[in-house]
Each structure stands twice: as structure tokens, then as C-alpha cells.
Write a protein that binds this ligand. Sequence first.
Ligand SMILES: [Zn+2]
Length: 283
Amino acid sequence: MSNKNNSRNIPLPIKREVRQRCGFGCVICGFPLYEYDHMKEWSKVQEHKAEDITLLCDKHHKEVTTGLLPREKVFEANKNPYNLRKGSSSPLSLHFDDNSCEVDIGGNVFSANIKSQITEMIPLIIDGIPLVGFVLEDNQLFLNINLFDKFNNLVLQISNNELVYSTSPWDIELVGQTLTVREKARKFLIRITFEPPNKISIKKGRFLCNGVEILIDEDHMLITNNNMLVQGNFTENVQGGLIIGATSKPIGGFMRISKVNRYLGDSKKSLAWAKKMKEEFSD
Ligand SMILES: [Zn+2]
């Protein structure tokens, strides 16, 4: 069946190919919010070919359609996209701004309020490295995230609300409020939903740091190094959350694991174990 309206929708695999080729951002300025732009006039080509599509942010898209930015400049940038030249994206500012905050990681909920006098809330810390956290300052909130790949390279960083990602992952996609980073097809490095002014939730992910692996699913965190399932926890006004390894200064948290075997976790075995445990508990 042919549908003229639908025919303008770009198939998902083609969109991915375009994102990868363009470095997950506007080819001219690298901005992570973009549109898929047909470089050849649609009425003439009437087909979706990855090589004919590029990524442009709102501003540059508008400049091209109004004629203020010559098409040739887009062709040039498309051959040498901004983010691929730099190896990372241009920054995107997130609008977190409140006097309380909440982080949901696999159904474990961490919250804090400025009235409690705590100035930071860090639900995940490995070897003193904060992986996810908020800094609270007089009616201001600053989100901080450090996401590493299996080679311990930083692939996504949110530093005081400013988001930047490396172009090294297989796929990165920001759709609406949800940012998804994939290591390969169906393999999530993170799926994070930003709910400004004060909340984030992570329901899929794989936090890796110094040989520790924490897998996140809808309703749990699983530390694969020692088969530990972390489920259904709530903290309020606690500085730390799950703390693995040593920290240079003392941090209060709901769970501290000073030693785990590094690089020894077997994800497959651990996932099978977690599945079995959950089945047994649900009986
Ligand atoms: Zn742009």
C-alpha cells in the first residue's frame, strides 16, 4: 500500500545512518537538537537516501530555507561535520532550576530539598567519582553526570547543567526529553529522561567505571561484579546513595561497598541470576 503522507517519513535505519555520519548534531554548529534535512529537493527525488540527508539545527535550517545561508555551505559542512571534527558535540544547556530535586535510577528514588542544608546529592559514586548527582544552591540546581564506556572513556558529560557527548558511541539520539546512547543495536549505555525543573529518571543503562558495572532496568540496579540487586530504595536528604570503593572525604549514603572484584563480573550470569531471584520473590 502506498501512502503519500507516510512516504515523507524517513525510515529509522536511514535516520541512524545520517546521525552517525553527521556526528549526532547539526553539521554546521554541532548542536544536539536538529532536524533531518533533505539536501535535494523532495519533489524532485521522492526517495530517502542517507547520503542525501543531513542534520541541521533550527537556526541553521531556517537560515538555509530563507536563503541567508547558501546551500553550498551545507554541502561543505555535510562532508566535514562540526562534531566529527571536534570529537564531541556542542553543549546543550539543560534548564534545571528549583529548590528540590529527584533522581530515579531503576526505581530507586533519591530526593533532596534545599531546606535540609545539604548542598549536593550524589546517588551513584564509584571510587570517589560522582556518576550522577545534583548540586543544590540557593534556588538553583545543577545536574552532573559522568558516563563512561567499557574502556573507561568519558562518553557523556553533564557538567552543571551543560550536556556534551563524545561522537564515539554507536548511536546517540535526543528525542523530546529522552536521551538514548547505544553501544550497538538494542544495547543501551543509557536512556535518561530529563524532567526539568528538578527531576531525572534513568530506566535503562549500564554504568561502567574502573571495572565496576551497574546495569539499570525499569525497577532495579544490578551490580554485576558481586550479583547485588538494588531495588525499591528511597532516600531523602542524604548526600550519597550507592557508594562503591573509597572516597577521599567521608560521604553519608544508604549503601557503601568498599571492595568489589573489578573487571570480573559476568553480565550474562549476573542477569540470569537476577531474573531467577526476581521470579522466586514474586512467587
Ligand atoms: Zn546549527
